[in-house]
Every structure is written in structure tokens, then in C-alpha cells.
Design a binder for this molecule. Structure first.
Ligand SMILES: *Cc1c(COP(=O)(O)O)cnc(C)c1O
Length: 389
């Protein structure tokens, strides 16, 4: 079946919540994907920052194939070695031996879990950032600070205040002794790859400590090595109470986690929360395999190195106003609000990126990206911007 036929089947079979895609992808290897017409693309979006090792990585294929042939699913009535090993690994990444992990499938669910955990403090008020994205389920949507996504679904959870991201005075005014939790992305991904001032997280940490509020870091998009460290907040030197991860965690398979640190690790009691698929042997096998490769091949160091190169080169392209982000999560702000047209032109030219907002192109390539891929991206982007402006 060709692209066109698959798009009409999409229209016939699926609900209209996403709008209609223009492309159907049928296979991928590394950073190259192939559409239903046989055309290949360089994938610089990576399933929205999810395919941390690209497509069909041999380590993931091997780990998943082996596990599914032995034991596919056990539910949370039983322990399984992969979930335990991955939990241990995540705990070691936090640097806090007392941290404890809850597994789920997605970013929204990880944040739902954090939200429920915060309710168990006996407080209900929450502070989040304007423009932040924390997911689409009703609880996560209540945390999300984007009016267009929220308004059709009011009333949402009460007691959640959204303040300007990066503005410590606004945060100071919003937090008080009734605040259960503050939730922040280290870098706001969906909002257009927005980086806060360097001391922001540390100052928010102090405010949370003074008020006795939990600080939840939503590392769903920044996490798993993408920004050059495991969760995206480490540069700040803070210790969060909760970290949520998903996207890159399963190496392309659906896997999320809510990690509670320190005293927060003891808040949930038996029966408080659950997920039938959470910690599934196959998805956690993929997660372990991904982490092994990231460590073995020093991919976080490479992400930082490539970041510098992309920043320098892309900033020189006429039509680019600003390049920002960390590691391989990069927002390119254009001088004109034509990011949608530019993303489409990039696709036509054989490179997948997306428009995070009207004037920002987001790239989030797999961490296995090479210098040759990056050169191709930059050359295509330069040409598309030159033609399109
Ligand atoms: C994508 C994203 C989510 C939601 O993840 P889903 O898996 O789509 O539910 C939450 N938070 C952040 C920061 C995200 O980027």
C-alpha cells in the first residue's frame, strides 16, 4: 500500500484527534526511515525524542526478541529480573540509594503517578509552568500549561497555578505552605525548547524546601541522555523529590517511570497506585539494552559535542534567529513564523523535523547520530531556509 492509500485508510479508521498525517512510514534502520512509497528520510525527530538509539538498533532487537521468546508479561503480581535491574540502574542514575521506582508506559502516566504521590502529602495545591507540557490525560492535562489543549476539557483539577517559566519571583509568589508539589521540565520541550536561567532550578529547590513542597522534575523529553546527562536537571546541582521519565526510556518501546527520591520514596503505601503493564519484561529489556549502549558508546558525551557543532553552524544560517537547547534536544527559532512550512519543506527534501510552535523547529535525533547525518541536516536546512525565505 502506498502513502496515499494509507492516509485515506487513516481517515476512514482513526479518530480525528491528531489531524491527518501526510506520510506513512513502513521501516527504519538507524536514522533512516522509509515511507510507503519507498522514499527514504533522515529522521531528526526520532519519534518525538523517543527512539534514543534510532530504528532497529541491534542491541534492542536482540534484547526484545530474546525476552519475548522466554516470558512476555507477568503483571505486577510478580517480580521480574529486567524490571528489577532497570529500577536499580535508574536508582543509581539519581545518585540516591533510597530512591524507588514505579514503572508505567508513558509520560502522562508517570506524571499522573507523581500527582497522586503529591496528594498523599495531605496537601492539594500545585504550581506548574505556563507553556509546559506534561501529558493529555485529565490529571496530566491539568498540569499542562497550554490553554488550547486545556480549554475544551474544563473543568480540570482545581488548585493548580501556572506561572511564567524561568521567573523566580512569580514562583516565589505562587508557592506557600499549602503547596503539595511544583512540577517543571528542565527544558520545556513541546513549548519550543525553552531553557530557563541557569540558577532557576536551584532557586525553585530552595523555595520548595522552605515551603515543604515536593519538587517534581518532568524529564520525559529531556531524559535518558538526550541533553548530555541522564535527566536534564543535573547541571543545576539540585536533588529533586520526584523524577518522571518516558520517551527515550524504552529505546522506542512504551515505557515510563516515576522515580521518587529520599523521603518521597516512602510516600506511596500498598494499594495506592498501579499499572498492569508497568515494568513489563519486554519493555524493560529494551530499556536496559538502550542504557547499556548509551554508556558503552559514551553517547551522552557525543550529544554534548554535537550540540556545540549544530549550535555554531545553524546560527550562521540566514533566517535563523536563535538556536537553543541542550545536547540533542535543540530548538531553532526562525525569524519568520513559518516553522510549519519549513518543516514540510524539510520533509519534501528528505529530512524529518517538527515545528514545536509557529516559529520554532525542533530536532531530537537519536543519540547514535553521526557527523555525516548532522552535515546532511545542516546542508538541507540551509537550502530549505534559503529557498523558503
Ligand atoms: C511527551 C511528554 C509528556 C507526555 O508523554 P506521553 O508519553 O505522550 O504521555 C510529558 N511530559 C513531557 C515533558 C513530554 O515531552
Amino acid at each position: 500500500m502506498k502513502n496515499k492509500a494509507m492516509i485515506s485508510q487513516w481517515k476512514r479508521t482513526t479518530q480525528n484527534n491528531y489531524g491527518v498525517p501526510t506520510l506513512a512510514l513502513v521501516k527504519g534502520k538507524g536514522l533512516v526511515v522509509t515511507d510507503a512509497d519507498g522514499k527514504t528520510y533522515l529522521d531528526f525527530l526520532g519519534g518525538i525524542a523517543t527512539n534514543i538509539l534510532g530504528h532497529a538498533h541491534p542491541a534492542i532487537v536482540k534484547a526484545v526478541s530474546k525476552q519475548i521468546s522466554v516470558l512476555g508479561h507477568v503483571s505486577n503480581f510478580y517480580a521480574h529480573p529486567n524490571a528489577l535491574a532497570l529500577a536499580d540502574k535508574l536508582i543509581s542514575m539519581t545518585g540516591d540509594k533510597s530512591a524507588r521506582v514505579f514503572f508505567c508506559q508513558s509520560g502522562a502516566e508517570a506524571n499522573e503517578a507523581a500527582l497522586k504521590l503529591s496528594r498523599r502529602t495531605g496537601r492539594v495545591r500545585i504550581v506548574a509552568a505556563r507553556g509546559a507540557f506534561h501529558g493529555r490525560t485529565m490529571g496530566a492535562l491539568s498540569l499542562t500549561g497550554q490553554p488550547a489543549k486545556r480549554e475544551p476539557f474544563v473543568p480540570l483539577l482545581k488548585g493548580i497555578k501556572h506561572v511564567a517559566f524561568g521567573d523566580i519571583n512569580a514562583m516565589r509568589r505562587a508557592i506557600n505552605k499549602k503547596t503539595a508539589m511544583v512540577i517543571l521540565e528542565p527544558i520545556m520541550g513541546e513549548a519550543g525548547v525553552i531553557v530557563p536561567p541557569a540558577d532557576y532550578l536551584a532557586e525553585v529547590r530552595q523555595l520548595c524546601d522552605a515551603a515543604g513542597a515536593l519538587l517534581v522534575i518532568d524529564a520525559v523529553q529531556t531524559g535518558m541522555g538526550r541533553t548530555g546527562d541522564w535527566f536534564g536537571y543535573e547541571y543545576s546541582g539540585i536533588k529533586p523529590d520526584v523524577i518522571t521519565v518516558a520517551k527515550g526510556l524504552g529505546g522506542g518501546l512504551p515505557l515510563g517511570a516515576m522515580i521518587a527520591l529520599g523521603k518521597a520514596a516512602e510516600i506511596f503505601k500498598a494499594g495506592d497506585h498501579g499499572s498492569t503493564f508497568g515494568g513489563n519484561p519486554v519493555t524493560t529489556a529494551a530499556g536496559l539494552a538502550a542504557i547499556n549502549v548509551i554508556e558503552r558508546d559514551s553517547l551522552m558525551k557525543k550529544a554534548v559535542k554535537f550540540h556545540e557543532h549544530i549550535l555554531t553552524e545553524v546560527a550562521l544560517i540566514p533566517g535563523v534567529k536563535q538556536v537553543r537547547g541542550a545536547g540533542l534536544l535543540i530548538g531553532i527559532e526562525l525569524e519568520k513564523p513559518n516553522a510549519n512550512e519549513i518543516a514540510q519543506a524539510m520533509m519534501d527534501a528528505g529530512v524529518l523535523v517538527n515545528a514545536a510552535n509557529a516559529s520554532t523547529i525542533r530536532i531530537a535525533p537519536a543519540l547514535i547520530v553521526t557527523q555525516a547525518h548532522i552535515d546532511k541536516f545542516i546542508a538541507t536546512f540551509r537550502k530549505v531556509l534559503t529557498d523558503g525565505n
